[in-house]
Design a protein around this ligand. Sequence first.
Ligand SMILES: Nc1ncnc2c1ncn2[C@@H]1O[C@H](COP(=O)(O)OP(=O)(O)OP(=O)(O)O)[C@@H](O)[C@H]1O
Length: 233
Amino acid sequence: MIQLSNVTKQYKSGTALKGLTLQIDQGQIYALLGSNGAGKTTTINLLLGFLNPTSGEVTLDGLSPFKDRKAISKRVAYIPENVSLYPYLTGVENLDYFCSLAGIKKSKQALKEILTKCGLQSGAHTQKVAGYSKGMRQKVGIAIAYAKEAKVLLLDEPASGLDPAASNELTMLLKQLAKEGATILMASHDLFRVREISDRIGILKKGELVRELKAETVSANELEKVYLDYMQA
Ligand SMILES: Nc1ncnc2c1ncn2[C@@H]1O[C@H](COP(=O)(O)OP(=O)(O)OP(=O)(O)O)[C@@H](O)[C@H]1O
């Protein structure tokens, strides 16, 4: 479970988060929506333990990411917008390499099964990543998180630059991982995709959570209106 209680993060340049309170239960997908500088990346960096809150409390399964960084690193996986992999290694070799960095040894068959589960077609497993699309690299990124048995997935702009088919596959995959117990937080600007992927949507404006919506009860038009109203206010 992800919990932020009245979290404020102050940089020398100003306040990035102001009293942010947010709870994401196990099995939930939460999208943090906001324009540039709203505080999305700061929130992710607090959850990764890269930053300490100026005030308030951040916990992941009851642990402080900043104080218990080692324990947290085993539970949490971060999947950036552009997943960095070794271009001259294959998908399987990349997964094997990143698993070994995390102290995990799996057979080639097991690695291939994980890649398949994460939506990478078997024909691509033994191809060099240099020829992969953005969506394929993302699948390997999610496979690394899955192999690590990460309980919490933090994604930055996961659907950005994906074509509709790849975006749909991503939606199905994240929903499946959540069903299996993952807690997922994603940061995004893309109000249309977040409605498809997430259970709840939080609108962050200048470091404040100004609105929370349930994805299943808000139409695309309503979400757009609410979002634009807040952005213009
Ligand atoms: N390391 C830092 N030092 C100083 N100020 C920072 C730092 N990181 C972020 N900020 C400031 O904090 C505010 C929130 O930034 P943050 O990167 O969290 O927003 P964001 O919602 O992720 O934006 P984007 O969509 O552009 O990535 C911004 O005003 C930004 O300039």
